[in-house]
Design a protein around this ligand. Sequence first.
Ligand code: HEM
Length: 193
Amino acid sequence: MFSAKDIHPRSMDLSSWFEFTIYDAIFLVVVLGFFFYWLTRTEKPMPAPPKELPPLPMSDMTVGDLRKYDGIKNEHILFGLNGTIYDVTRGKGFYGPGKAYGTLAGHDATRALGTMDQNAVKTEWDDHTGMSADEQETANEWETQFKFKYLTVGRLVKSEEEKADYKGRKSFVRGAESLDSIINGGEDDKKNN
Ligand code: HEM
């Protein structure tokens, strides 16, 4: 007579299959742990995209008006550059409170950008005297980028009397369009052509 062991002796020795060492126990706990985590994990909701602020109506501003738009007193962040005010709110990673160039928010940034010194901002009117031709050129180069990237709000003016009427027009990315031509209803462009 054949016994089961005679057919395949090793395969029938089941006791070795169930030898349970401490390593097996650790392995099992880890696998079960992962499985439990996978079953019970909850999908984290995606962070909401940053909300876009509606564009400000175009307006000229004095230095005093501009100071309010520092991203704290007003959520919009504006700065002046070469006499034009830009809404740089979408660049708040650069200009927001405590960010690398946050000192420019609500200020005339011409001198700071021209001299590449973010602390070179004045609290009062800055007539840009003392800036070298190279520094002025650097400021102009920044403006070449910004007028295509950020909304133009208006002009930085010295007094209330200089403020123009934009007839409710919203600030917009003006690109190559000159601000004076907007104020004068295109008259400047016609003259220049
Ligand atoms: C160690 C010195 C500096 C480093 C490493 C640095 C680096 C950078 C980098 C990586 C960007 C982003 C470029 C991009 O994503 O398009 C940037 C942008 C900029 N930086 Fe600097 N920067 C430095 C100093 C300065 C200084 C002194 C100023 C002067 C105020 C300045 C003004 C700017 C401005 C205005 C922008 C453009 C932000 C915009 O597009 O609105 N940077 N810088």
